[in-house]
Design a protein around this ligand. Structure first.
Ligand code: MTE
Length: 411
């Protein structure tokens, strides 16, 4: 019999919009029973109104572009951030809306025929916090990051949120190993898949109720480097990023990193969900009829921290900057072209490349003539993966990895 989660107490976003209730929300989450651990709650939003339906945090236009229920970070604005993306600048991808949960009555249920005892095992927030903690830096990047470039750059139609390049961010996550939780719950040797599920509202689209956001992970990945995170950059997770606990699945497409985790099914049979059957696989002429296998790893990208259509003055030296990242191996090089791809030279890497992180890069450039220019950047990782000139099209626009053609004007 499938387990059906009882949502933790939730305060509707309406309360937040109402102003004075904001502090009540923070107060609620902070008020732990006397015998429980102190439960840290995220800071209440600084402004009352979110510009995207269902997102709690403020979304100033200099940092975000709102796209439906989602907020894309402005990649050019990353220029003044370090290796970590501050939580208030991190993109938000919500299928529905952010639930404002209370850690004091939250619990995680691990259940399924892949557990020795076969009966559900529960963990309170305090019990999770008592387990050994791990801290790691990882990017979260939506599978559709760069999707709009299939159309703008390759002339190919795609469906889904029209992200440019800002559906990505890096944070330092602290939490517990999923493997520790699964072992304590009694995962059996013949378990093959685990399926984490969120506590946000069921996703309804085109009149179809797809249920709560969930996506299976093979046990090998689940026991490898996945964490149940309760902190982001040294603070409790913000509401929009999964408070009180989310999954962080390093190097995999962002959908794997389930927010507002409520339960995890452990199964001796392969599991599926609409997030592995209808979406997050590759459909189209270049892929098997019926679609590819569910996608897992992210790909590689590089980009300039400059608005599309920026104007730069001729005759003076500009310090162009950007970032490069690969989910497949550490970045090895970044090459740039300031003449539409005729000539290439190496950019200087400002950080030590690490697997699962990104590097900042810079290159000086003095333009001599005026007019439109296409800037290009191309990264290669230590496994030999290089950004191609064209990404292989798929109808839902996932895994864009091509060299980005960045238009600017020299005046
Ligand atoms: N988890 C739940 N419960 N609900 C969601 O809508 N969106 C997923 C994933 N986890 C989602 C979720 C997607 S598609 C992405 S890209 C990441 O969360 C985004 O994480 P962020 O909003 O913290 O940046």
């Amino acid at each position: 019999m499938p387990y059906s989660p009882a949502p933790a107490r939730r305060s509707l976003l309406k309360l937040i919009a109402a102003g004075p209730a904001v502090s009540a929300v923070g107060g609620l989450a902070a008020a732990a029973p006397a015998h429980a651990v102190t439960v840290p709650a995220p800071a209440a939003p600084a402004t009352t109104a979110a510009a995207a339906p269902g997102i709690v945090k403020a979304l100033p236009a200099e940092y975000f572009t709102v796209r439906g229920t989602n907020a894309e970070a402005r990649f050019d604005a990353f220029a003044d951030t370090g290796l970590l993306t501050p939580a208030e600048r991190f993109f938000v991808r919500n299928h529905t809306s952010t639930p404002v949960l209370d850690a004091a009555d939250w619990r995680l249920t691990v259940w399924g025929d892949g557990l020795h005892g076969r009966s559900p095992v529960h963990f309170t927030y305090g019990q999770l916090r008592d387990l050994p903690s791990v801290t790691r830096t990882a990017l979260i990047e939506c599978a559709g990051n760069g999707r709009s470039l299939y159309t703008s750059q390759q002339g190919e139609p795609v469906t889904g949120t029209s992200w440019t390049l800002g559906a990505v961010g890096a944070a330092r996550w602290r939490g517990v190993r999923l493997s520790d939780v699964l072992r304590r719950a009694g995962i059996a040797h013949d378990a093959v898949d685990v399926q984490p599920r969120g506590l946000d509202d069921p996703y309804v689209s085109g009149g179809v109720d797809y249920g709560r956001v969930r996506r299976p992970l093979p046990v090998a990945k689940a026991l490898d480097d996945v964490i149940l995170a309760y902190e982001m950059n040294g603070e409790p997770l913000p509401y929009d990023h999964g408070y009180p606990v989310r999954l962080v699945v390093p190097n995999w497409v962002g959908i794997a990193s389930i927010k507002w985790l409520g339960d995890i099914e452990v199964s001796t049979r392969p599991l599926g969900s609409p997030w592995t059957t209808d979406w997050y696989r590759l459909f189209g002429a270049a892929h098997p009829a019926g679609g590819s296998a569910p996608i897992s790893r992210q790909t590689l990208k590089s980009a300039y921290q400059l608005p599309f259509g920026a104007t730069l003055e001729s005759g003076r030296v500009h310090r162009l900057t950007g970032r490069a990242w690969s989910a497949l191996a550490p970045v090895r090089t970044v090459e740039v072209s300031t003449d539409g791809g005729a000539h290439w030279r190496h950019a200087r890497l400002l950080d030590t490349p690490r697997r699962g992180g990104w590097v900042r890069w810079t290159v000086p450039w003095r333009p001599h003539t005026t007019g439109p220019v296409t800037l290009l950047s191309r990264t290669t990782d230590t496994a030999g993966n290089t950004q191609p000139e064209r990404a292989v099209h798929n109808t839902q626009g996932y895994l864009f990895n091509a060299v980005v053609r960045h238009p600017i004007t020299v005046v």
